[in-house]
Design a protein around this ligand. Structure first.
Ligand SMILES: C[S@@+](CC[C@H](N)C(=O)[O-])C[C@H]1O[C@@H](n2cnc3c(N)ncnc32)[C@H](O)[C@@H]1O
Length: 248
């Protein structure tokens, strides 16, 4: 499948927790400020609200009024489903109709949460975010980087807008606004048998100063086989034992 523009498409919060490997690990973030960028019409913020200190979602389309957001999300969902029904990138046993229903439930939860907490849904775009350095403890980023790389580089885009140089700026920006960690999914190509994304490998080899990172396997199933890793980055803390040379 190839796309001319990024779709306004969002997952249920529970699935997002799986893809970021946060299930069972939320306790350590209970007082944290969390950023979801891009949030899309997904329900990750709604799921995290009350479980973490504060959660803010960013998306360029949050500038739109609610009716327009809903219309756009439903239109993009049907367009994406039509493309996926004929896509060789998905396993034949992947249940697309269940997936469509889950996206509609996520959209309703997103709209409800945005109505209650409009100040926590901000209109902005990578690679420039309107937040001071280290504003958030944890930054989560799903299905923009790597997924929308040019088609020939293992992404979905028919354009070259999100090339490697853009990815480097975007990842640097996500790190800038994070005090402790950045979790990204996917770190793999969008193919029937996914491979580690070449951009992810390049970026991991040359992270912003003060950051370390690793690939981590994710149990999130969006219909691909192969390597379906996430990418997890952490700011190197001065009191980390491995930061200091050992005495022996
Ligand atoms: C496929 S959705 C992913 C949403 C959610 N993170 C998820 O995993 O389901 C991609 C989102 O990226 C947003 N987007 C497009 N260009 C962007 C940019 N330059 N910076 C931030 N978000 C952008 C789109 O509006 C869309 O909502």
């Amino acid at each position: 499948m190839q796309l001319a523009s990024v779709v306004f498409y969002g997952r249920p919060g529970e699935q997002a927790l799986t893809m970021f490997n946060l299930e069972g690990d939320l306790d350590q973030w209970r007082d944290a400020r969390v950023l979801d960028c891009p949030g899309g019409p997904g329900s990750l913020s709604a799921r995290l609200r009350g479980l973490v200190g504060e959660v803010v979602a960013v998306d360029p389309l949050y500038a739109l009024p609610e009716e327009e957001l809903e219309r756009r999300a439903l239109a993009d969902l049907e367009r994406t489903m039509a493309g996926l029904r004929n896509s060789a990138a998905l396993r034949p046993d992947f249940d697309l109709e269940a997936c469509r229903d889950q996206h509609i439930q996520a959209l309703q939860a997103f709209l409800e949460d945005r109505r209650r907490h409009p100040e926590h849904y901000r209109n902005a775009s990578l690679p420039e975010l309107p937040f001071p350095d280290q504003s958030f403890d944890l930054v989560l980023s799903g299905h923009l980087l790597f997924a929308y790389a040019p088609l020939r580089n293992g992404g979905l885009s028919s354009s070259d807008d999100f090339d490697l140089a853009w990815h480097r700026l975007a990842l640097t920006e996500l790190c800038r606004v994070s005090r402790r960690a950045v979790h990204h999914y996917p770190a793999h190509t969008i193919e029937r048998v996914a491979r580690r994304h070449p951009y992810a490998t390049s970026l991991l080899a040359d992270l912003p100063p003060g950051w370390r990172g690793a690939f981590s396997s994710s149990c999130y199933d969006q219909g691909h086989d192969g390597c379906t890793d996430a990418l997890q980055l952490a700011r190197i803390m001065l009191d980390e034992p491995e930061f200091w040379p050992s005495d022996d």
